[in-house]
Design a protein around this ligand. Structure first.
Ligand code: 5GP
Ligand code: MN
Length: 340
């Protein structure tokens, strides 16, 4: 189906819908939660019942977002969540390409009977066929950018107000590191410019997202750079690793390590970086790259994950030492196979 036909179908689905559920990926980031809240607020303005259901909690630096307090968080209020999904007639999958990205919510979600049409809006490569209509575009900076485009094309953009523009702006800036990476297409700046027309408080948003951390987080960042970063010059790579003990010492809160994985990429000639964070039952891994090093292929091949070319994540079920060993060996193998 071509894009125009899909937009027409979407308009029909929305017109018919009364109860709309919007679901971002597990541990939603600014893009996933920003696009979800924007859609919710749009639908609310068209007098529909809409709700955002997040598969998990998310960091505090996103809690200031408009309408954040009405997001339902799985598994809290599980019965309410089940009822809302049961009676929904339209469900949006936001910023993910596979139901696996719902993590612990996936099983419950799939067991809930509903007749809802499913709409996917996402920018990750290789989307699975999980929706009746898929808007999947890897060329955009973010799902929030794509959401803006879809709002324009369905003519729902007439409902955009300051709050909705703030949600979409947050999504775009968080997925591009303040329009740093993944944002060379003029469309991204055009849309940012249109969002600024809604009188959003750009400085407030940037302060809320980037200049709102605890002293502990800043000290943890310093500790990581000074003591916990290893540079693998031969492989133009570097990584950071943190144990639960260290996280406890720095009173770690969700979101405190946000962005740490990018730091080694500021070193000359480093084009691949990783962070390994010990959790109670696995090691959370994040990867970032510059240029054509496929972080997503690496994450999928060795760390049960995936993502974008330059930003990916995954999990490892070995202990931290073994995870690091596996990382180094994987890098050697990956280079031998791909970069000779
Ligand atoms: P982060 O490192 O910020 O957790 O994730 C970076 C990117 O990788 C995100 O775009 C996210 O969608 C993707 N990602 C993170 N963790 C996973 C994972 O476990 N599986 C898959 N398929 N993608 C992931
Ligand atoms: Mn995204």
């Amino acid at each position: 189906m071509d894009y125009k036909t899909k937009i027409q179908e979407l308009k029909t689905y929305i017109k018919k819908a009364t109860n709309i559920v919007i679901i971002p990926h597990h541990n939603p980031d600014g893009d996933a939660i920003g696009a979800s809240l924007a859609l919710k607020l749009i639908f609310q303005k068209t007098n529909k019942k809409a709700v955002v259901i997040s598969p998990s909690k998310y960091p505090e630096f996103l809690h200031w977002l408009p309408d954040n307090d009405n997001v339902l968080i799985y598994p809290y209020k599980k019965n309410t969540i089940i009822k809302l999904i049961e009676k929904s007639d339209l469900i949006f999958y936001i910023d993910f390409n596979s139901l696996k990205r719902l993590e612990s919510f996936e099983k419950d979600f799939l067991s809930i009977n509903n007749n809802a049409k499913k709409i996917l809006i996402d920018h990750h490569p290789n989307p699975q066929k999980i929706a009746d209509l898929s808007f999947s575009d890897t060329s955009v900076s973010s799902t929030s950018e794509l959401t803006y485009k879809i709002l324009e094309d369905t003519e729902l953009n007439t409902y955009i107000n300051t709050n909705i523009a703030e949600c979409l702006f947050t999504g775009i800036i968080t997925d591009t590191g303040l329009l740093n990476y993944n944002s060379s297409n003029p469309q991204t700046f055009n849309i940012v410019s249109k969002l600024l027309e809604f009188n959003i408080d750009k400085q407030k948003i940037i302060d809320n997202v980037y200049n709102n951390f605890s002293e502990n987080r800043m000290r943890l960042m310093g500790y990581c750079l000074n003591n916990k970063m290893q540079v693998l010059t031969k492989y133009n790579s570097a990584f950071i690793y943190l144990t639960i003990e260290e996280l406890t010492k720095y009173k770690f809160k969700s979101g405190d390590a946000e962005g740490f994985v990018n730091l080694p990429l500021s070193i000359k000639n480093i084009n691949f970086s990783a962070i390994f964070i010990e959790k109670t039952d696995y090691i959370k891994t994040s990867f970032r790259s510059k240029g054509n090093f496929p972080a997503n292929v690496f994450a999928k091949k060795y760390f049960n994950g995936g993502g974008h070319l330059n930003a990916a994540g995954g999990k490892c079920f070995l202990n931290l030492d073994e995870t690091i060993k596996k990382f180094k060996n994987s890098l050697i193998e990956f280079y031998a196979n791909n970069f000779k």
